[in-house]
Design a protein around this ligand. Structure first.
Ligand code: PBG
Length: 332
């Protein structure tokens, strides 16, 4: 029981920098950072994403250079996303199963040049389909669950063969974690980790990402609300988490980030397993835009938002600010 004022003054511990550090309940470090990277075909190119100033799409040679930098800063993990030319996109997204596609080549190239850094690859079809959905669709535009799972299993196996450390299914099909786990076990990829996008909400904050990977949803038929979660739901996220863990997920991910901190905290405190947050493209772009205008301070706001993820229980954060943040933390 806390004594009353004035014997208790909570401001005493807040007075000095050293005492604030001493009593801090959580701490953001470089080990918490996951750096997403966009990849394009070609060489010696680095193209800025217009709606994400400061974020680039890299050709494989440039990609290796960035990964080397990020590794030198001690960031443990990079997450790879392909941005394909339109002529490689098809109705069924078959390029996702090309063993010599952009992602398998990127994995091998990074593993060769920087073997110590972790690589995570997205399992979903949206960068590969002409319609922008994460899976196979029927005539009405409905995403077919079980048929999509079969393709996702093959995609996961191909990335595992190429050497990815983590596969991250971001598609929200029912039962895909179990199917992918089986596929990996059956092919002796017993140490390939699965980071399940467990609670991925149908969010408007993904807009700039869809610019970055050129996966704008065409407006006919359904949107992604038929499989991504409804923003109104919190208890349902616990059911998703329970299923993913039961099916063999090693790590869970909540997405988007700041608007969904309650979901993150709930899942972490309920299951106590490695749980991550994704500070998504729209969150990045908001901070960038406001700081460009001089309305907020970029560094302070980024460090604050990432620290809030830690306070809420995140074991780590996927953030487009990862490299910058690692530099800032080094300077502290
Ligand atoms: C695709 C995927 C998306 C993101 C990560 N993987 C977009 C979507 O579901 O439409 C969004 C990431 C971001 O906005 O930063 N499966």
């Amino acid at each position: 029981m806390t004594n009353h004022f004035p014997s208790t003054r909570l401001r005493r511990n807040r007075k000095d920098n050293w005492s604030r550090r001493l009593v801090a309940e959580s701490k953001l470090t470089t080990d918490d950072l996951i750096m997403p990277l966009f990849i394009i075909e070609g060489s010696s190119k680095k193209i800025e994403v217009e709606s994400m100033p400061g974020t680039f799409r890299y050709t494989l040679d440039e990609l290796v250079r960035v990964v080397e930098d990020v590794h030198k800063l001690s960031v443990p993990l990079v997450a790879l996303f392909p941005c394909l030319e339109n002529n490689l996109k098809t109705h069924d997204g078959s390029e996702a199963l090309n063993q010599h596609g952009l992602i398998p080549r990127a994995i091998k190239k990074i593993k060769n040049a920087v073997p110590e850094i972790g690589i995570m690859t997205d399992i979903a079809l949206d960068p590969y389909t002409t319609h922008g959905q994460d899976g196979l669709i029927d005539k009405s535009g409905y995403v077919l669950n079980d048929e999509t799972n079969q393709v996702l299993c093959q995609q996961a196996k191909i990335y595992a063969e190429a050497g990815t450390d983590i596969v991250a299914p971001s598609d929200m099909m029912d039962g895909r974690i179990g199917r992918i786990r089986n596929e990996l076990e059956n092919h002796s990829f017993v140490n390939t980790k699965i980071m399940a996008y467990t609670a991925k909400y149908a969010s408007s904050f993904y807009g700039p990402f869809r610019d970055a990977v050129n996966s704008k949803l065409n407006k006919t038929g359904y949107d992604k609300k038929q499989y991504q979660m409804d923003m109104a739901n919190k208890k349902e996220a616990l059911r998703e988490a329970e299923l993913d863990l039961f099916e063999g997920a090693d790590m869970l991910l909540v997405k988007p980030g700041l608007p969904y901190l309650d979901i993150l905290e709930n899942i972490k405190s309920y299951f106590n397993v490695p749980t991550f947050a994704y500070q998504v493209s729209g969150e990045y772009s908001m901070i960038k835009a406001a700081s460009k205008q001089g309305w907020i301070n970029e560094k302070d706001c980024v460090l604050e938002s990432l620290s809030c993820f830690k306070r809420a229980g995140a074991d780590g954060i996927v953030t487009y600010f990862a490299e910058k943040t690692a530099r800032w933390l080094q300077m502290n």
